[in-house]
Design a protein around this ligand. Structure first.
Ligand code: HEM
Length: 236
């Protein structure tokens, strides 16, 4: 069976790098927050605010490096030219994918572990716990479905599921975009509002991913008069 390939879009050269640049920008705050927490864990003192991390450091020591690799390296998977291998060599996309699948799974699974087993900090309630369980599990499922799709050489489904998984991850950056205007305009968020803002960040990020998934599906369905070139495997 002919593999389902992604139609090759031809954005202007500079525009190709806008998406990873925007994604890296969005990643910066959670990535820096993670680095600060790691420094705190290696060199800081135990306080009521960080005691849960000292009590059980392994999941957070897995979580922060995994999310950092996943968000920063994952941003480049959206550059079309990096999907093409040269002279029989595997593409950047394929090589990076072999790191991103375990990194994404470790990020989500360690997050789920902390959500279930860490003591809840003062502003984290049951509603936020439920949201973390739903979206953390959805990230695991999306990565697994994206992996299965690429093994079947169904590159369209692979791209769709991996985009959804990345959207769930990058929502940690969207939280900043959603929360700062709220804090400036309305004031500090209480427990319920904080959970709603974090939930909204996941929904917004997934809605943006769905928009691009559907736009590309419409683009590939539209007759262009030009045959669609098959694209080399954007696989793992
Ligand atoms: C891939 C993107 C992600 C990034 C960038 C990220 C970032 C972080 C960072 C920086 C911390 C440390 C927070 C602190 O120092 O107080 C953290 C903790 C945590 N993360 Fe993630 N995370 C991501 C994904 C997830 C997912 C999908 C879940 C869902 C289960 C999750 C659940 C948690 C939990 C429960 C904690 C501990 C929170 C606490 O006790 O304060 N994370 N994350």
């Amino acid at each position: 069976m002919k593999p389902a390939t992604i139609p090759r879009s031809r954005p202007k050269p500079r525009a190709r790098w806008l998406v990873p640049a925007a994604l890296i920008l969005l990643s910066l705050v959670p990535v820096i927050a993670g680095a600060v927490r790691l420094t705190d864990l290696t060199a800081g003192e135990i306080t009521p605010d960080n005691a849960r991390f000292f009590d059980s450091p392994v999941p957070v020591l897995i979580h922060i490096p995994a999310v950092t690799v996943y968000l920063l390296l994952g941003a480049f998977q959206f550059v079309p030219s990096l999907r093409r291998g040269k002279r029989g060599r595997p593409s950047w996309h394929r090589i990076a994918g072999r790191t991103l699948v375990p990194a994404g799974l470790l990020a989500a699974l360690s997050g789920l572990w902390m959500a279930v087993f860490y003591d809840l900090p003062p502003l984290d309630g049951t509603f936020l716990l439920i949201l973390r369980l739903v979206f953390g599990s959805a990230m695991v499922v999306s990565i697994v479905l994206g992996f299965i799709a690429v093994r079947r050489r169904d590159y369209i489904r692979h791209s769709e599921w991996m985009s959804r998984a990345y959207a769930i991850g990058i929502a940690q950056g969207t939280i900043v975009v959603v929360t700062i205007p709220w804090s400036l305009l309305i004031g500090p968020a209480d427990e319920l509002t904080r959970a709603l803002l974090i939930g909204a960040s996941w929904v917004i990020s997934l809605a943006v991913a769905e928009y691009f998934i559907r736009r590309r599906a419409r683009g590939s369905a539209r007759p262009s008069g030009r045959p669609v070139e098959p694209q080399p495997a954007p696989s793992l």
